[in-house]
Design a binder for this molecule. Structure first.
Ligand code: UDP
Length: 553
């Protein structure tokens, strides 16, 4: 099925002639290899050499033309993980004239997106590193539509979640190992290489200990749009959709409460909850709700997403399965459990996800603090946290340690040892943490009211100073409402005025409800003030500053 790259859709001789005459053309976005995506006409791939090939001719284009800086360290990142040295993309160069001596190229007619999956065995990585970035890279370039072809160059097999990648387009994705089936030389008529990093929120600790990315650019809205698109592909109708319009919150609440339920997402091979039944009973009793368990080993992915999309609460051990939080309805709670000696504050891919503005999820972590409730596995392989291969001293140090110190990815034995422990969840301490957290759960009604429309700049900001006496002066500031305000219903509109004496590095901020004010305190005659005004909706939606410079002679 995957092999039917119908050559009929393109005129082979026209394509070959075009390649020979015009060669390869490349135009990219991005100043650095880490933010670059390139668009190619006639990028070729030699399966013999396992290299991409750029054919030079009189009309080829290579922008950016980096010269040998193209190898310092690479043209671009082929995965969404920033600057990872196993994920670089580059191509070899040849004159188009060399085509005469090469195997006849096979042309790929589809618009193609070429990328590396980062870790297709792990569900969190599948979503965070591949599916979300590919989905939004495809949104960025309109010819990467439902007919687009995806090519995965990382060299892995399909992996356990290949069906999820199939949802990205109607065409079967190709793996690197399959490319050789198309002959020794294949040429992509039109292709994009690289992935947008705009949607990623977590860095895995290659250069500094893992944590949220420094500059997160995605909000819950984009995550939820992606989740909805994926659910449509899986033919899942989200429970929440049914009560979006026309019903009051109270009606919803009444209806909701009746069939609300809690999910315990269980792992069946590693990092176990040893008293799952007891935990389930405690949850059912505490919330007077049904509790259902799901696991990747027992249910299909789509049936798991179906139940998650209507859940009140999701409880799980730390682990990749928690990425399914992105399918929870707004207002739901995520409870993440951590084994002994693992500090929840330092491993926050799911906390960060649930806390994105607009995700509207409530996050709670619980940590096993009782060493007698942990079950260790020192004799397992190092990947599964075994430590028996380490020197006796080091084993003893790890066993005596009460918390894993900060560390880099990915083979820290103490981290792996601790994160792969099984846990007997202490029910009283679990319920205590949960009760405390539920007290501070923001209510859904408020969350739903929160608008995301920011104020525009205030208009006609005017400042005027007047000298009263040699020691007294006044500064009058006035402005007009932002243009977009007249079309909006905003609960609270306020203005913030900043006044800075020229040459000073501090300023005085004032919050005002009205559109003008005359300042006299701290205003000196014969002094220049810099004044800025901005509008604020509902306490935290800030508009841009408008400035008025005021000069006194
Ligand atoms: N996994 C699972 N059940 C288990 C152990 C793992 O479903 O008992 C899944 C897990 O959700 C992830 C993959 O297998 O998708 C790899 O798990 P691993 O423990 O290596 O990674 P982590 O969950 O710590 O990210």
């Amino acid at each position: 099925q995957s092999q039917e790259l119908s050559q009929a859709r393109i005129d082979y001789h026209v394509a070959l002639q075009s390649l020979q005459e015009h060669g390869t053309r490349m135009v990219c976005t991005g100043k650095m290899h880490t933010d670059r995506i390139c668009r190619f006409d006639y990028l070729c791939y030699s399966s013999e050499a396992e290299e991409f090939v750029f054919f030079h001719s009189n009309s080829s284009v290579m922008l950016p033309n980096l010269g040998s800086r193209r190898f310092q360290p690479a043209l671009l990142d082929l995965s969404s993980v920033e600057d990872h040295n196993t994920q670089y993309f580059n191509f070899l160069e040849l004159p188009a004239a060399a085509l005469k001596f090469m195997p006849k190229p096979v042309f790929v007619p589809d618009v193609t997106l070429i990328l590396n999956r980062f870790n297709p065995d792990n569900l969190m990585h599948v979503f965070h590193d591949d599916l979300l970035p590919a989905f939004y890279t495809m949104k960025q370039y309109s010819d990467l539509d439902d007919e687009a072809r995806l090519v995965f160059m990382e060299g892995w097999g399909e992996g356990p979640h290949f069906d999820l990648y199939r949802f990205l387009s109607s065409k079967q994705p190709l793996l690197k190992e399959q490319l050789r089936n198309f002959g020794k030389l294949m040429c992509f008529t039109k292709s994009y290489v690289g992935l947008s990093k705009m949607t990623t929120w977590y860095q895995y600790g290659f250069v500094q200990p893992q944590g949220p990315k420094a500059n997160i650019l995605v909000s819950g809205n984009e995550i939820r749009q992606f989740a909805k698109a994926l659910m449509d592909k899986m033919n899942i109708t989200k429970v929440e959709e049914a009560w979006k319009d026309g019903e009051s919150f109270e009606q919803e609440k009444d209806k909701e409460n009746k069939d609300d339920y809690i999910i315990v997402f269980s792992r069946s091979t590693t990092r176990l909850i040893l008293n799952e039944a007891e935990l389930i009973m405690a949850l059912a009793q505490e919330f007077q709700m049904r509790v259902v368990t799901v696991s990747l080993e027992e249910q299909s992915f789509s049936s798991i997403i179906q139940v998650i999309s209507g859940a009140f609460m999701l409880v799980s051990m730390h682990g990749a399965q928690l990425i399914t939080s992105l399918f929870l309805p707004r207002g739901a709670t995520v409870v993440e459990l951590f084994p002994f000696a693992v500090n929840p504050e330092q491993y926050t891919p799911y906390k960060t996800l649930t806390s994105l503005p607009g995700m509207e999820l409530h996050y709670v972590s619980w940590r096993n603090t009782k060493e007698e409730n942990t079950v260790t596995h020192p004799h397992r392989t190092w990947e599964q946290g075994g430590i028996a291969h380490l020197e006796k001293k080091e084993q003893e140090r790890i066993l005596a340690s009460k918390v894993v110190p900060r560390h880099l990815c990915c083979r820290n034995p103490e981290w792996l040892f601790r994160i792969y422990q099984d846990t007997l969840v202490d029910i009283p301490s679990f319920l205590y943490v949960l009760r405390e957290a539920m007290k501070t759960k923001p209510n859904l009604k408020k969350a739903k009211m929160a608008s995301t429309v920011h104020p525009g700049q205030v208009r006609e900001a005017r400042c005027q100073t007047s000298v009263q006496t040699p020691n007294e002066a006044k500064l009058s500031v006035s402005w007009q409402i932002p243009w977009n305000l007249k079309y909006l219903k905003v609960r609270e509109v306020k203005y913030e005025v900043w006044i800075q004496e020229q040459g000073e590095n501090t300023y005085m901020p004032y919050i005002l409800p009205q559109q003008n004010y005359t300042f006299s305190d701290n205003i000196k005659p014969f002094t220049t003030y810099l004044v800025w005004v901005r509008c604020i909706f509902n306490k935290n939606l800030l508009g841009p500053f408008a400035d008025c410079k005021n000069l006194v002679h």
